[in-house]
Write a protein that binds this ligand. Structure first.
Ligand SMILES: Nc1ncnc2c1ncn2[C@@H]1O[C@H](COP(=O)(O)OP(=O)(O)OP(=O)(O)O)[C@@H](O)[C@H]1O
Ligand SMILES: [Mg+2]
Length: 361
């Protein structure tokens, strides 16, 4: 009995009495992993109960959706099942991390037997429109779990003291069964800290949040999304298993994103070059309006797309000289370098340089 895992046994009892089903399963896993060295048959007998079904079992349905005490507005939006039209297009590093997390969840049972939990808290940072919310939806879809979304910016609009209660109510609701909880606009709390005089209340709110993160069960996933990761409290950062940085898409990613468009490869490459520097949501919007215009005008999609992409690039000051846009436009209309050069009274190499810069040709 000398090496008997006493501490782990105490943790089992504690988890069983005080915590969620998943915390209990995790504690049993830790106990079993240690016990294997002392009493293999007993460890094997106990590990029979460490199944995904047991670990994922919640207490049935969700508790009723929490509402704000004053406005009676629902504090959290629930989607189940999550239906996606298309998976997000992500860079290799981001996709790799998300895949590895999903892989851990697929092998939940193996992990549980060793007393290990899958990564369950992710922080998504990045500019607007690069796929943070979409990726959170995709994770819920892949995990086949309900998605609960709490928009912190909305909840924060009430009194701070009340915000703490609201946040706590949402967490209590979310842990009532396995799910993916998305905390959108997560920086709302951090931002508020800079310009709020009510420092004490805010500190309490951050503490409520930290406590809630510490108590997060092993059978649910928590994803926080923010445009301003740098504003977050380091104590908050540390609690996440992975911090993912969503960047503006590269030319290659844009080209992949445009894969479904019924246009020639050459047009796709041109568009990717012109739209480089834009977010996916801006690109998505441009495509949608162009498709509508093509339908209404009964004309080809490709030229409309390219012209709009070019106009966008010009409007953003992305072109050094005003005539450069016109040059590219002429080139796309099928005019030769020589014709363009004559038209603008420029040299052939100048035209070639401009075209190369914008279209990468
Ligand atoms: N990586 C991506 N792959 C495919 N589509 C994307 C991607 N990122 C954004 N989109 C498109 O843009 C829309 C908005 O993206 P999303 O809401 O995920 O952005 P976000 O990063 O959460 O932005 P915000 O910071 O403003 O909340 C999506 O519905 C989708 O159509
Ligand atoms: Mg978002």
């Amino acid at each position: 009995m000398e090496n008997f895992p006493k501490k782990e046994l105490v943790n089992i009892v504690q988890a069983g009495m005080l915590s969620s089903k998943s915390a209990f399963a995790l504690a049993v896993g830790r106990f079993v992993a240690k016990l294997k060295h002392q009493d293999l048959p007993l460890a094997q007998e106990l590990s029979r109960f460490l199944t995904v079904e047991h670990a994922m079992r919640g207490v049935g349905d969700f508790s009723p959706t929490p509402v704000d005490a004053d406005t009676r507005m629902e504090l959290v939006e629930t989607v189940h099942p999550v239906v996606l039209q298309k998976a997000p297009v992500l860079d290799e590093a981001t996709q790799g991390t998300l895949d590895s997390v999903l892989n851990e969840w697929e092998n939940l049972e193996v992990l549980l037997h060793e007393g290990l939990a899958p990564a369950r808290m992710l922080l998504f940072c990045g500019q607007p429109g690069v796929g943070k919310t979409l990726a959170a939806h995709w994770m819920a879809h892949e995990l086949r779990l309900p998605l609960l979304t709490l928009n912190l910016a909305t909840v924060m609009s009430s009194y701070l003291g009340k915000t703490g209660n609201n946040v706590r109510a949402v967490f209590d609701h979310a842990i009532s069964r396995p799910c993916v909880l998305l905390l959108d606009e997560f920086d709302a709390i951090a931002k508020r800290r800079d310009d709020d005089s009510d420092v004490g209340e805010l500190k309490r709110l951050v503490n409520v949040l930290l406590q809630a993160l510490d108590d997060w069960p092993a059978n649910s996933m928590l994803i926080a999304a923010t445009n301003h990761g740098e504003l977050l409290d380091p104590a908050v950062w540390r609690r996440f298993d992975h911090v993912l940085h969503f960047e503006l898409p590269s030319k290659d990613l844009i080209a992949r994103y445009l894969d479904y468009l019924p246009v020639a490869d050459q047009v796709r490459t041109t568009l990717a070059a012109l739209l480089h520097g834009e977010s996916f949501s801006t690109i998505d919007q441009l495509i949608r309006t162009a498709r509508k215009a093509a339908l209404i005008e009964k004309s080809d999609l490709a030229p409309i797309l390219v012209r709009r992409a070019l106009r966008l690039r010009m409007s953003k000051g992305g072109m050094t000289k005003p005539y450069e846009g016109e040059m590219v436009m002429m080139y796309l209309d099928g005019r030769s370098y020589r014709e363009i050069a004559t038209h603008f009274d420029k040299t052939h190499p100048t035209v070639s340089r401009v075209i190369k810069r914008y279209l990468g040709e």
